[in-house]
Design a protein around this ligand. Structure first.
Ligand SMILES: NC(=O)c1ccc[n+]([C@@H]2O[C@H](COP(=O)([O-])OP(=O)(O)OC[C@H]3O[C@@H](n4cnc5c(N)ncnc54)[C@H](OP(=O)(O)O)[C@@H]3O)[C@@H](O)[C@H]2O)c1
Length: 267
């Protein structure tokens, strides 16, 4: 099987670092035109020049804060001017403010930020980009989520509650858009080494008064059946590249688990 998705126009949200950046690299390696985006222009510029210097010329940075209606609108205008539409739309996210936090510790501002980022931001983007996909009769949409939506964690209450409705949205869109050549899937991610994951685990370790290394071994590494943490580019990026190719057209409306076998669930 030879996969050719070269030239596809790809947008990865929240991708100046971590998972989003790794996924962007995977598509750049396949010869796609990739737009990375995030809130912070400095981070974006740094990542764009790093990717360009790794011999990936077809990368652009567009500032877009998923919690800010006007920022998204301005970003979308830029993207449409630049690319005339998008073929592969990958929704990655930042982290809620104050994460990890238990329900009692959250404020209404935290909820507003989290729901805006995980749900309303993507809806706003979909409303603008779906018509382009319909016209070209091809599109791939991925919502990068977490295995924790199957087993919500108290200290991730903001993220796990706010990103769960996206699974319903993903299913509904897969049914409505399948005949237009558009597939829509949610990806339930396990553990990937990123600045965000490290930050979060450090805070949990502090709260539990435990060493970071011990917590990492016990809670992160030891449950992973294959005995290693995931690589955002090689493990996750390759899966998304495959699903974006002509061979991925029959996979839609699914919640795909990619966690190295750490989840205890069979379904
Ligand atoms: N790492 C894991 O093991 C893991 C596992 C399951 C799920 N997840 C989820 O995957 C997502 C990404 O995690 P990560 O570990 O890669 O985090 P990360 O290393 O902190 O990276 C987050 C990225 O999102 C951007 N960002 C943050 N807030 C944003 C906003 N409001 N609008 C647009 N961009 C924003 C950041 O850039 P700027 O600061 O420049 O905006 C950065 O590029 C999170 O939702 C996390 O819960 C992670």
């Amino acid at each position: 099987m030879r996969i050719d998705i070269s030239g596809k126009r790809v947008l990865v949200t929240a991708s100046s670092s971590g998972i989003g950046k790794g996924v962007a690299r995977a598509f750049l390696k396949e010869g796609c035109k990739v737009i990375i985006s995030s809130r912070n222009k400095e981070n974006l510029d740094k990542t764009v020049s790093e990717l360009k210097s790794s011999i990936f010329p077809s990368v652009w940075g567009v500032q877009m804060d998923l919690t800010d209606y006007h920022s998204i609108e301005a970003g979308l205008r830029q993207i449409i001017d630049l690319m005339g539409g998008i073929d592969v739309l990958i929704f990655n996210f930042g982290n809620p403010t104050n994460e990890p936090s238990y329900f009692d510790e959250t404020t209404m501002e935290d909820w507003e930020y989290s729901v805006r980022m995980y749900l309303e931001g993507p809806i706003q983007i979909l409303k603008r980009l779906l018509p382009f996909m319909r016209r070209q009769r091809y599109g791939r949409i991925f919502f990068l989520s977490s295995w924790t939506v199957k087993s919500p964690q108290s200290h991730f209450t903001l993220a796990d509650v706010s990103r769960s409705p996206v699974i319903q949205l993903s299913k509904i869109l897969s049914k409505d858009e399948g005949r237009n050549g558009i597939t829509v899937n949610t990806v339930l991610m396990g553990s990937f080494p990123t600045p965000g994951a490290e930050r979060s685990l450090k805070r949990i370790a502090e709260r539990k008064n435990e060493s970071y290394d011990e917590l990492w071994k016990r809670e992160v590494l030891s449950p992973i059946a294959v005995g290693r943490i995931g690589d955002p580019e090689k493990d996750l990026g390759s899966l998304l590249v495959f699903l974006s190719s002509e061979y991925g057209g029959y996979v839609t409306g699914s919640s795909i688990l990619i966690d190295g076998g750490s989840s205890p669930y069979v379904l």
